[in-house]
Write a protein that binds this ligand. Sequence first.
Ligand SMILES: Nc1nc2c(c(=O)[nH]1)N[C@H]1C(S)=C(S)[C@@H](COP(=O)(O)O)O[C@H]1N2
Ligand SMILES: [Mo]
Length: 216
Amino acid sequence: MLHKCQPQRVTPHLHKKPSSLRYFQEGPAPIDIAHWRLDVRGEVRLPLSLTLDDIREFGGRYHHRRTVCVCLWTIRRHWFGVPLSLVLDIAGVDLTDDDLYLQQLSNGTEKGRYDSTIHLQSAIKRDAVLAFEVDDAPLTLETGYPLRLIDFGLYQYKCVKALRELVVTRRNELGYWEAYAGYDLDGTVQPKKYYAVDLQKKIWYAGTGEIDDGDL
Ligand SMILES: Nc1nc2c(c(=O)[nH]1)N[C@H]1C(S)=C(S)[C@@H](COP(=O)(O)O)O[C@H]1N2
Ligand SMILES: [Mo]
């Protein structure tokens, strides 16, 4: 959390960002944090059921990195969280196994649960994060309280807000958007023109994967 003497990190032009509700298929629901857990199961040596405090105690660090929506907008914010690799390592997942996938399931509402599956080793290589703060404040219900997974090299439909379960599996399951709208199962950010909300301009991104502002 923010120390009182430090200025809060801000995202420029945040009010211009498309609404988080528009990108929340099942919608936010109040979370009873006393009962919420992040469960880690599947191909693990030690299944985990972690409270938010357990996760906070792992420490964490800032990631001033850019997320990208497949609808062609992007924003660079100050995320704070723990490395995905750290939690999977504690669960005894073989992080050298190239055949493993990671299914993420949201907490869900009466409308159902949002899910997405990503290639585990690629996510680890890209330094994916389990984030619980953005711009020095806890996530709001709309932005995915209490925890969201972010792989900055993938479109955000591959990254689940209000995360509840991580399942290590050998099956690359079709997720919500792939099944519903035929979105690409891999979801790697593609070379395209994107609207950078924080910069208030269009950017041409020539690479694939995470957009590094130093390359623009
Ligand atoms: N649980 C859940 N997570 C989700 C989604 C969703 O519908 N449900 N949508 C994804 C998509 S498409 C985007 S663009 C981002 C939006 O996150 P934001 O709140 O930072 O705008 O959340 C991602 N994670
Ligand atoms: Mo999105």
